[in-house]
Design a protein around this ligand. Sequence first.
Ligand code: HEM
Length: 498
Amino acid sequence: MHIHSSSSPSNPPKTKSSPKNPSRISSSKMAKNVEPPIKEIPGDYGVPFFGAIRDRQDFFYNQGREQFFKSRVKKYGSTVFRVNMPPGPFISSDPRVVTLLDAKSFPTLFDVSKVEKKDLFTGTYMPSVSLTGGYRILSYLDPSEPNHEKLKQLLFHLQTSRRDRVIPEFSASYSEMFDALESELATKGKALLNDANDLAAFNFLGRAWFGTNPTQTELGQNGPKIIGKWILFQLAPITTLGLPKFIEELTFHSFRLPPFLVKRDYQKLYNFLYQNSADLFNKAAELGISKEEACHNLVFATCFNSFGGMKVLFPNVVKQIGQAGVKLHQLLAEEIRSAVRSSDGKITMGALEQMPLMKSTVYEALRLEPPVPFQYGRAKMDLVIESHDAAFKVKKGEMLFGYQPFVTRDPKIFDQADAFVPDRFVGEGEKLLKYVFWSNGPETETPTVKNKQCAGKDFVVLVARLLVVELYDTFQVEVAPFLLGENITIISVKRAAD
Ligand code: HEM
């Protein structure tokens, strides 16, 4: 597939590794075995209630989330500090967190011997379980809870048993998407990627995992819209929709949206998976999980974790590559086409391994804009947490929090940390993959039933790679702010000539 148009050459991709090897700088800096001084954690929560409202308004309106963190790092001269995280009153019972914003302190959040991950997938509040059939879903379970292992096992089984369907169904769904975009461009002169991507992503998941195209069920073309609404009911307290501040503050930032408003729509998603998961229910029974609990978990994994992730990640990948300029598009096209040619013209796992620039480009997009930006964990015991330059005492029960996009742009680890450097992870650069944390763990580690690393880690990397393979030529994108991810306008789509 060839997406073609002129692209700005003003920001050419970096094609040679920087002379300053970032992995070496970081290891020498971090290897010094000098105990850093213990410091008081800077920052304060302000007066109860009012402090939380003040921080929430800074986060959403006065500063915006990047500035919210940046200004505090500057003010306190520290990447570890205290602050309140939204939503606060009246949704979270306690919004106070200790923020970890560097690549040394942040990984504390992955260590389940030190932090408890119960009911904090969305942060200092938990959405009503009425939105998930009355069940606490896997993402909210701590590994110490018996169902965590069983449900994660079920999701691993889902993925391994459907492994062979991923590449063909991805190609089928995304070819359809590009064909549709091509005709939309021919008639309208421009085409929006986001809605088309949403439909392709959901159809792909339905076909690959449940053997059924959701558009041919009662969901029709509405699957993505229904999921978007259902996700909004869960994330509204930590989202801004661009409405006037007083409206947002007096409604969904302070009170939960009533789950019954989305119940009928949710039931349609549930029915779709219930009717197409017979073999998975057998596996669930073996593991000791009821059909209902398994099905609500499958809905969440498919619609929230997977669809929600692809909805944010894919437009980001397209945007980053689109903005990087023509040179990168040429290099990717050459690398991808040549690897596919050597594999008898087929996209295979082996062929993907022969595409080092493509692989690095995907990791770089995941580094620069990790699709799930917030991580939380509650200290299980008194801890000493080290940043690059100090150590801090945290008490048992305190909530730890990290804003990941800040952490994966840590200048002590990454050279040109704020820039999109497509070949950053090629060759020697692979050593830096241990600082890529999008999956709630280092990219060099593996999700298990004992940890809280993303159950779909390998799947996500695979589908993002397949997307780039489908796009392997030059294109131009326009980017406008959007609720979840970015709205991308495609200017031109043409089939590759080779
Ligand atoms: C772009 C796509 C995705 C991103 C960015 C992403 C990111 C994450 C993150 C950051 C967490 C940890 C959250 C926390 O506990 O703080 C997580 C957990 C999880 N993810 Fe993903 N994810 C993606 C796709 C998927 C897919 C495709 C699946 C399908 C199986 C999946 C299933 C899960 C599950 C089940 C958990 C909880 C794991 C556990 O309880 O041990 N995710 N994901």
